[in-house]
Design a protein around this ligand. Structure first.
Ligand code: ADP
Ligand code: ZN
Length: 606
């Protein structure tokens, strides 16, 4: 009879209840069933195999792609008092031998293995003699050639399944796309087993996409106003920009590091290590950074450049707020991004079909930026999931985006494209619309055109917004070869001939004071952070956590999560019994750290 999962959750992990579909998955596995689990990042996939591993006799094998992560996962389990180890190429022969003996002696409930070690004779002989309770294949999309992260070694997981046909297998992934899901099921022989799919919604993430003015000044303002002293990731398109942004933020008092593939491996390792272990660091990175960053308390992900697809955007923003506490996904983007990315796709490698699909992905991404509907609804719709909208936690729902009937403005903009011969970019067209004389308007004779000065009711910045939205919405084409010259397309003509109308987003002044609604939104975030006396207590607890973590060379969140410390700061438990009721305080951590934290609470209350 397996142990009761709820009891394991409470005693070992210190959590009162299962989340989402965890209880269903665990119930199914404990009955001997196999399944595919689809949950977004931060959804709580690990407990879906860790709890059954603790309930069942024997040892669970967890196949996991990242050596760097195994160490942290195992340390976290050890702190919970769970017998766990990892087995990968970083171990010496003697260390491998020691893992084998511990496993034979029944001292391990979970063993994390790297896929490339699975097919070694050494490993196979070892598994034969053991009681394997469960196979868990983490990041299961790595078996899929269609996925974005195929690893040939992962096919060994499929062979292992053949060797252990009666052992339940749990495959877990955060990849949402249906083709990849089908391939995982086929490769791992899960076609007839249930799929437990959770919503891909991340309710604690606030989505915000703002028109780019100064870019990094806006970023700085955002960090200072909302995430001062907190950990975050800033994504940039180029290595150079990542470095410049990190240096600039640091010079403005926001401690930041750069991370990109062009840096020395040692520097990369050091920067990643500091990000994981120090409180409140910002990393400015290209997309090379992120895979395998399991830090639960990243409070914001910011994009200074447009991602190439909604998948990319979702995956990158998903690295914020894995602990479930409020976090921000913030982006600043401008028309230049769209023009630049389209040009990159056009001039890049690949077949015409491939390029076309890249263009479509980019267009969907632009649609998300410019859309005036609930961002969450648009995002989930992209992944085939319905959402009623009105989430109350995105800029559009918070009323930060005012819209107006932009049909007239759009017609004027398109007329300026037509009258100037479809050979000019937005900058020059804006000069024409607002009657701004330049050497170029004179030389081209554009001051004599009927469209000269017909757009004086808006300023240049507002016109830039109109053009950006026209491009994003596919109402006009950008000629990548001709340096961003705008060209009319069939949809332009629909607008010009009066067959279509268009609502446009009003340009908020980039540095204008925040509108009223925003103030309440900021308050909602502030409520989540400890205030007043709690803040001081929270800081004291953080300092203790940092010290304890340093002694063991672990990231602080492995000791306790921020959410747990915040709850302690708010409730101020005075006895071990009271402390045990705080979320995230299980029996082992209570025994190990309980007195230290009670002492810190007592001292902080003085
Ligand atoms: P994933 O692997 O799906 O990204 P994790 O397994 O790392 O997510 O879990 C994300 C966070 O949520 C972790 O900090 C974990 O401790 C926490 N968590 C998971 N399940 C629960 C639960 N039932 N109650 C409270 N916290 C949970
Ligand atoms: Zn919304």
């Amino acid at each position: 009879m397996p142990a009761d999962p709820l009891e394991v959750l409470r005693k070992t992990f210190g959590y009162p209840a299962f989340r989402g579909r965890q209880a269903e998955v665990i119930g199914h596995v404990l009955k001997g069933g196999s399944c595919l689990v689809l949950m977004p990042t931060g959804g709580g996939k690990s407990l879906c195999y860790q709890v059954p591993a603790l309930c069942l006799d024997g040892m669970a094998l967890v196949i996991s792609p990242l050596i760097a992560l195994m160490h942290d996962q195992v340390s976290a389990l050890e702190l919970l008092g769970v017998g766990a180890a990892y087995y990968n190429s970083s171990l010496t022969q003697a260390q491998k031998q020691s893992v084998r003996s511990r496993a034979r002696a029944g001292g391990l409930k979970l063993l994390y293995v790297a896929p490339e070690t699975l097919n070694t004779d050494f490993f196979q002989g070892f598994v034969d003699g053991l009681n394997i309770s469960l196979l868990a294949v983490d990041e299961a999309h790595c078996v899929s050639q269609w996925g974005h992260d195929f690893r040939p070694d992962y096919l060994e997981a499929a062979k292992l399944r053949e060797r252990l046909p009666r052992t339940p297998l749990v495959a877990l992934t955060a990849t949402a796309d249906p083709a990849t899901r089908r391939e995982i099921a086929a490769r791992l022989g899960l076609e007839r087993d249930p799929v437990f799919a959770s919503s891909f919604d991340r309710p604690n993430l606030r989505y915000e996409i703002v028109p780019r003015g100064s870019g990094r000044e806006q970023l700085l303002e955002f960090i200072r106003a909302r995430h001062s002293g907190e950990a975050g990731i800033v994504y940039c398109l180029s290595r150079k920009k990542a470095e410049e942004t990190a240096a600039w933020l640091s010079s403005r008092g926001v401690p930041s590091l750069a991370y990109h593939a062009g840096l020395d491996a040692e520097v990369r390792r050091r920067h990643q290590g500091r990000f994981l272990t120090e409180d409140g660091l910002v990393v400015c990175a290209t997309i090379a950074f992120g895979m395998g960053i399991d830090k639960p308390d990243v409070r914001f992900v910011a994009h200074l450049d447009l991602p190439k697809s909604v998948e990319g955007y979702y995956q990158e923003t998903g690295r914020a707020g894995r602990d479930g506490a409020p976090a921000s996904a913030w982006m600043a983007y401008g028309l230049g991004d769209a023009v630049q990315l389209r040009r990159l796709v056009e001039q890049g490698e690949g077949s015409p079909e491939f390029k076309r699909s890249q263009q479509i992905k980019l267009t969907r991404m632009l649609g998300l930026c410019e859309g005036t509907d609930c961002r969450r609804r648009m995002l989930l719709e992209y992944f085939g999931e319905e959402h009623a909208g009105g989430c109350g936690n995105c800029d559009n729902c918070l009323g930060q985006a005012a819209t107006f009937d932009g049909t007239q403005a759009a017609r004027k903009a398109l007329s300026s494209v037509a009258r100037t011969g479809e050979r000019f970019g937005a900058g020059h067209l804006i000069d024409v619309l607002t009657a701004k004389s330049t050497e170029k308007t004179l030389r081209c004779g554009h001051e004599r055109l009927s469209v000269w000065g017909v757009g004086r009711e808006y300023d240049a910045r507002q016109w830039a917004g109109v053009f950006r939205q026209l491009v994003a919405g596919g109402w006009v084409d950008v000629d990548a070869e001709a340096f961003g010259a705008l060209r009319l397309n069939p949809r332009s003509w629909e607008l010009l001939k009066g067959g279509a109308t268009l609502r446009l987003r009003e340009e908020a002044a980039p540095q204008a004071p925040r509108p009223k609604v925003k103030a309440s939104a900021t308050r909602a975030v502030a409520q989540a952070a400890p205030a007043g006396r709690d803040a001081g207590v929270f800081e004291a607890l953080r300092a203790l956590r940092r010290r304890l973590a340093e002694e063991k060379g672990l990231p602080p969140y492995v000791v306790f999560h921020d959410a747990t410390l915040k709850e302690m700061a708010a409730l101020r438990p005075r006895t071990l019994e009271e402390l045990a009721r705080i979320h995230g305080v299980g029996e082992a951590k209570l025994a190990k750290y309980g007195r230290d934290f009670l002492e810190a609470l007592r001292a902080a209350a003085l």
